[in-house]
Design a protein around this ligand. Structure first.
Ligand SMILES: NC(=O)c1ccc[n+]([C@@H]2O[C@H](COP(=O)([O-])OP(=O)(O)OC[C@H]3O[C@@H](n4cnc5c(N)ncnc54)[C@H](OP(=O)(O)O)[C@@H]3O)[C@@H](O)[C@H]2O)c1
Length: 338
């Protein structure tokens, strides 16, 4: 019997802050596997800030979703019917972008990785053992050239990438500091080993607060947000500081418009600092290297991650808006089945 596939389709490209009615839920018959493919049913759907730029009418590093199409997204999923040799019913797979906001997807082996339950729980493959783990790893150790003793400032520190980056920096002998919206989020960061932090929604003068927190200046800025937090850190750089632009989540309501703030470019000269954009896709060949190390750290309990899970496909737009509003603590996911 044909299965019903509920899916979220994009209604329109979005210029300002997205809202719940930018997607509509539709029922379609689930496709049958063709030779060389399999049908998989989502256990967890990914929810991540990169999705914002995929629905904006702006230039990006990857193609966007067009109105009427199923919204882009990754998932951990279980194969329910297969015509791909070596891939059988019950196998668990993960895909970073190729699933979509839906219950079922037709996938090909080259578009997925296997989920090895010995390495971590299924949801970890959308977090520490997935793109976000690789992001924290390569942005810190490669682009950021992290050194022991570095004072590392991480924005969106209580989120998926941030919570990992802080712990990895500490393990590598550096001193991580957090910027997160609230004291409750900072408490979680301290539990993970961050030295201290700033609650950006509770602090009117970020630049001064940062000066008090890290008087020697920031050696490595792991920038997940852009916006006013970025401006404040640029006024507090240590000599030879590295600024790694990992994400711009604070621009969610004005993508494509100029990000206007105080301009402190002289600080770059004075500090002889370097600013570099980071894209995890550039490190694809080396992801397994990072995951092997991260899986060891996870197994030995040296790193921990927190998940923020909503239940039910119908909550996808809500979950996405939570991330853009900073309402998530830890990795945001939506669970469809267990
Ligand atoms: N370049 C790459 O290859 C790559 C790969 C993966 C992820 N990323 C980026 O890494 C960043 C973190 O991603 P994630 O998946 O770990 O998300 P996340 O941190 O779990 O969630 C996003 C967080 O962003 C913060 N935020 C939202 N609006 C903000 C605003 N206006 N000002 C300041 N902070 C705001 C919120 O934290 P607070 O409540 O603390 O403000 C929110 O919890 C994102 O920018 C993402 O695009 C980049």
């Amino acid at each position: 019997m044909t299965k019903l596939n509920r899916q979220w389709r994009l209604v329109r490209l979005v210029e300002g802050m997205p809202s719940l009615d930018d997607w509509r839920l539709e029922d379609r018959p689930a496709p049958e596997p063709e030779p060389g493919s399999f049908l998989a049913r989502a256990l967890f759907l990914d929810v991540a800030p990169y999705m914002r730029a995929r629905i904006a009418p702006v230039r990006n590093y990857a193609p966007g979703v067009r109105p009427g199409e199923v919204m882009i997204g990754g998932a951990v999923a279980r194969i329910v019917a297969s015509r791909a040799p070596g891939w059988k019913e019950g196998d668990l797979v993960v895909t970073d972008f190729g699933f979509g906001w839906q219950e079922y997807a037709l996938l090909r082996p080259e578009a997925v990785r296997r989920v090895d339950p010995a390495l971590g729980p299924p949801e970890a493959f959308l977090d520490v053992l997935g793109l976000n783990g690789a992001t924290a790893w390569f942005a810190l150790f490669e682009t950021g050239a992290l050194r022991p003793g570095d004072r590392v400032l991480i924005s969106a520190a209580a989120g998926s990438v941030g919570q990992l980056a802080g712990q990895l920096a500490r393990i590598a002998g550096a001193v991580p500091f957090a910027v997160a919206s609230t004291s409750a989020k900072l408490a979680w960061c301290r539990e993970l080993g961050f030295e201290g932090g700033i609650a950006h929604r509770e602090t009117p003068d970020l630049a001064n607060a940062l000066r008090a927190l890290v008087p020697e200046g920031v050696d490595l800025f792991f920038d997940n947000t852009a916006g006013p937090i970025h401006d404040a850190v640029l006024q507090n750089l240590a000599p030879r500081a590295r600024v790694v632009l990992v994400g711009t989540v604070s621009l969610a309501d004005r993508l494509g418009r100029p990000d206007i703030g105080p301009r402190f470019f002289r600080e770059i000269l004075v500090a002889r600092a370097r600013i570099e954009g980071f894209l995890v896709l550039d490190f694809e060949k080396r992801w397994p290297e990072a995951w092997a190390r991260l899986a060891d750290l996870l197994r030995s309990g040296r790193i921990r991650t927190r998940y923020d899970v909503l239940d039910g496909l119908e909550r996808m737009p809500e979950a996405f808006l939570r991330v853009l509003r900073g309402e998530n603590l830890g990795k945001q996911l939506v669970r469809l089945a267990s």
